[in-house]
Design a protein around this ligand. Structure first.
Ligand SMILES: NC(=O)c1ccc[n+]([C@@H]2O[C@H](COP(=O)([O-])OP(=O)(O)OC[C@H]3O[C@@H](n4cnc5c(N)ncnc54)[C@H](OP(=O)(O)O)[C@@H]3O)[C@@H](O)[C@H]2O)c1
Length: 239
């Protein structure tokens, strides 16, 4: 599928996997709307993308865990882009600790960002795709959305929810030619992984955000008659 001159919104587009996806999409000629809380990250990336690739880049500093902010950001980006061919629900947070030890506020923030944020953004973007009768939605879930592990109760609950939401939405909108995909990376060498204390090991062998971005691009480039339902991507030989 030809991506050039398409339009994409990426949540968490300021760093990590979202930034890597923004770079690859811009290189392919896709115009972008980027959402994150830090406007400094977004402004720096907009500068880089417009000078390197000449694509249009619009930014919205917003906290997707807040319904009104998420909706306002999506509406303004769709209006500036003029259409929406791709939505990448990537923004997410992680924190690990036993269920007994973690504070309810920490648990709530993970669910509110990873689950409710994904829902608010998708709900705001969907009318445009339904009107177009086309579009691709990629939700960045995790291996934590496929299996539970000790200290991962909040993060696993959030990513299992993303997997369920993705599959249910897929069944709702595939008849409108909208493709909905869940990707489930294992640990990726990003700030999120480092801050959450995940084992990175030998950085050269470790999965990089660009590797996940390559999977995103491969998923999007499939002919419109097919879509990837779910796909995992793992480090081959972590140390
Ligand atoms: N790294 C891994 O090992 C790994 C593995 C599997 C899946 N994932 C998933 O991949 C996604 C991206 O993670 P990453 O590793 O690339 O993380 P990252 O480097 O920490 O980047 C996360 C991005 O999301 C944004 N973000 C976080 N909370 C937000 C909020 N409430 N509203 C708006 N933007 C928000 C951050 O910007 P601001 O802080 O400026 O808002 C940042 O741009 C997440 O959903 C994560 O769960 C990561």
């Amino acid at each position: 599928m030809e991506l050039r001159n398409g339009t994409a919104i990426i949540t968490g587009g300021g760093k990590g996997i979202g930034k890597a996806a923004a770079l690859k999409l811009a290189e392919s000629g896709v115009h972008l709307g980027l959402i994150a809380r830090s406007s400094a990250d977004l402004e720096a990336l907009r500068e880089q993308l417009t000078s390197e690739f000449g694509t249009k880049v619009f930014i919205a500093s917003a906290d997707i865990s807040k319904k009104d902010e998420a909706e306002k950001a999506v509406r303004s980006l769709v209006e500036q882009l003029g259409s929406l061919s791709i939505l990448i629900n990537n923004a997410g947070i992680a924190k690990f600790g036993t269920l007994a030890e973690m504070e309810p506020t920490e648990w709530e923030q993970i669910i509110q960002t990873n689950v409710m944020g994904t829902y608010y953004v998708t709900r705001a973007a969907l009318p445009t795709m339904l009107e177009q009768q086309s579009g691709s939605i990629i939700n960045i879930a995790s291996t934590a959305g496929e299996r539970g592990f000790a200290t991962g109760s909040a993060y696993c609950a959030s990513k299992f929810a993303v997997m369920g939401m993705t599959e249910a939405l897929m069944q709702e909108v595939r008849k409108s030619n909208i493709r909905v995909t869940a990707l489930t990376p294992s640990t990726v060498n990003t700030e999120l992984a480092v801050k959450a204390g995940l084992k990175i090991g030998d950085e050269d062998r470790m999965m990089q955000p660009e590797d996940v971005a390559d999977l995103i691009m491969a998923t999007l480039q499939l002919p419109p008659r097919v879509f990837v339902k779910t796909a995992g991507i793992w480090t081959t030989n972590p140390q």
